[in-house]
Design a binder for this molecule. Sequence first.
Ligand code: FES
Length: 102
Amino acid sequence: MATVKVAEVSDVPVGTGKVVQAGGKTLALFNLGGTFHALDNRCTHMGGPLGEGAVEGNRVTCPWHGSIFNITNGEVVGPPARRPVATFPVHVEGNKVLIDLP
Ligand code: FES
């Protein structure tokens, strides 16, 4: 397992998401009320960039066709996607946002 710094805390304001790179993967990093979460950036429908989606509560809407995912666990909340997206553990050290990659 590798731990990779992907952002500074200040890069991702509360209630927003950001596309980040970590160990060759493209991930979607979200800040929900000061707690960070990371999902695979690729929507399981057709690969839309979830890190560019609109965040509302703990949900993100894919910008391509409107699938909705739960940011905290990657589960599908609204179609057309049917499969959950992978999640990755995130932790914060000082001002650094770190992601654990398998
Ligand atoms: S690619 Fe995300 S809803 Fe289609």
